[in-house]
Write a protein of this length. Structure first.
Length: 391
């Protein structure tokens, strides 16, 4: 039985970012840049007015000064000329500041009569002009290769006159459930049946990590049915069967995997919850089998599926451990590394009162997994512990 670190190392063996592809700006959020992204233009490309007013020479700015308006410069239609002594150009926010002007006097500070303006307020210094390139300049680095792109990147790249970005391909992750007792939400349940719920969380987590989650459905408790689901996922990068990996009479996932030509890397991990988690390959497709109990499935997905999905999606990522103070004592841990549902707030971490592996309800408020190493001693309130963030 492998340790958590050994299992992660086995899963990550040979894992590398998938090929790159071009995508439009509306599709880049949470993607990983496959190349450096540099500005194709300077922004703003010209000195621009920050206010509505008049472009003038600051040397002419004396209170009661009278200037002649020689034209206007709305945004997108620059004034074709130069501002000279005693002259002004009507300008609007975003408009290109004409040659000769080094100041914009705001419209509230002047009185206009026909083609003349009178300055009513003292102008202390040149202002209200945004210099060319004040945001960024052509050739500036906007995002480095390997960066996870977010919402503002799409606007930033657009402003730099970039329409497409080269990003790493999202790994395709096929998920299927297993069990005759599982029914979809909204079903009328017969005695012994339960709702099939794990895949909703797992697929959402996979998408958040940068993968393309494909839910294949729920396989019945037969070897042939499960083999068919492995076949359906054959063109994906990762297959995640959920459940059916224990040693019961109706657990056929591993035997179906073997008959499909699967090669097992490991079959158990010294972790609680989630001991039955396993890993292998069918050809080039990686397979990580998760336990069926909700807590076991979600915890092992966070520990073992997450780093693989993120790596294939192009992210150089490993689980960051944070520290917090215990809100209450915890007892000594046993021989398996444990990850306990908890809520961390303001540097204090509180365990969910019931850590049973069948429970989903604690995840409603849990935002962390408190880590307890194998054979860790008992701790008191206030002692520092490590945790992994769930959100």
């Amino acid at each position: 039985m492998l340790s958590v670190d050994e299992a992660i190392a086995a899963i990550m063996d040979g894992a590398a970012p998938l090929g790159a592809e071009k995508t439009g700006l509306s599709e880049i959020v949470d993607r990983i840049a496959a190349e450096d992204v540099k500005a194709r233009m300077t922004q703003p490309p010209f000195p621009a007015s920050a206010m509505d007013g008049y472009a003038v020479r600051f040397v002419d700015m004396k209170e009661t000064a009278v200037l002649t308006v020689i034209g206007e410069a709305p945004a997108g239609a620059p004034f074709d000329g130069k501002v000279g002594e005693g002259e002004a150009v009507r300008i609007f926010t975003g408009g290109a500041v004409p040659a000769g002007a080094d100041h914009v006097v705001i419209q509230e500070d002047v009185t206009r009569e026909g083609e003349r303006i009178t300055v009513n307020e003292d102008q202390e210094q040149p202002r209200n002009i945004r210099a060319a390139g004040i945001d960024f300049k052509k050739g500036d680095m906007l995002a480095e290769k390997g960066a996870r792109l977010h919402e503002i990147h799409s606007a930033l790249f657009a402003a730099a006159n970039i329409a497409e970005i080269c990003v790493y391909r999202r790994p395709k992750v096929a998920v299927f459930s297993n069990g005759d007792e599982l029914k979809e939400p909204g079903s009328e349940l017969k005695p012994g049946e339960i709702i099939n719920s794990n895949h909703y969380a797992l697929c959402a987590m996979i998408r958040k990590w940068g993968g393309e989650a494909i839910y294949l459905g729920c396989a019945s408790d037969s070897e042939d049915a499960i083999r068919d689901y492995f076949k359906r996922g054959a063109e994906t990068d990762i297959i995640i069967p959920v459940g059916g990996a224990s040693v019961g009479d109706y657990d056929f996932v591993k035997s179906a995997f073997a008959k499909e030509g699967g090669e097992t890397k490991f079959s158990k991990v010294a972790v609680r919850p989630g001991k039955p988690v396993w890993c292998g390959r069918i050809g080039e497709t990686r397979v990580i089998g998760l336990p069926g109990n909700p807590a076991s499935a979600i915890v092992t997905a966070a520990l073992f599926v997450q780093p693989l999905v993120r790596r294939l999606a192009g992210e150089d990522w490993s689980a960051p451990f944070w520290t917090a103070a215990l809100a209450a004592p915890v007892s000594a841990n046993g021989g398996r590394e444990a990850y306990m549902r908890a809520q961390e707030k303001d540097g204090v971490i509180t365990l969910a009162p019931n850590q049973d592996s069948s429970l989903l309800f604690p995840f409603g408020t849990a935002n962390a997994l408190l880590r307890r190493l194998a054979h860790a001693p008992a701790l008191e309130a206030g002692d520092k512990v490590e945790f992994v963030r769930l959100r």
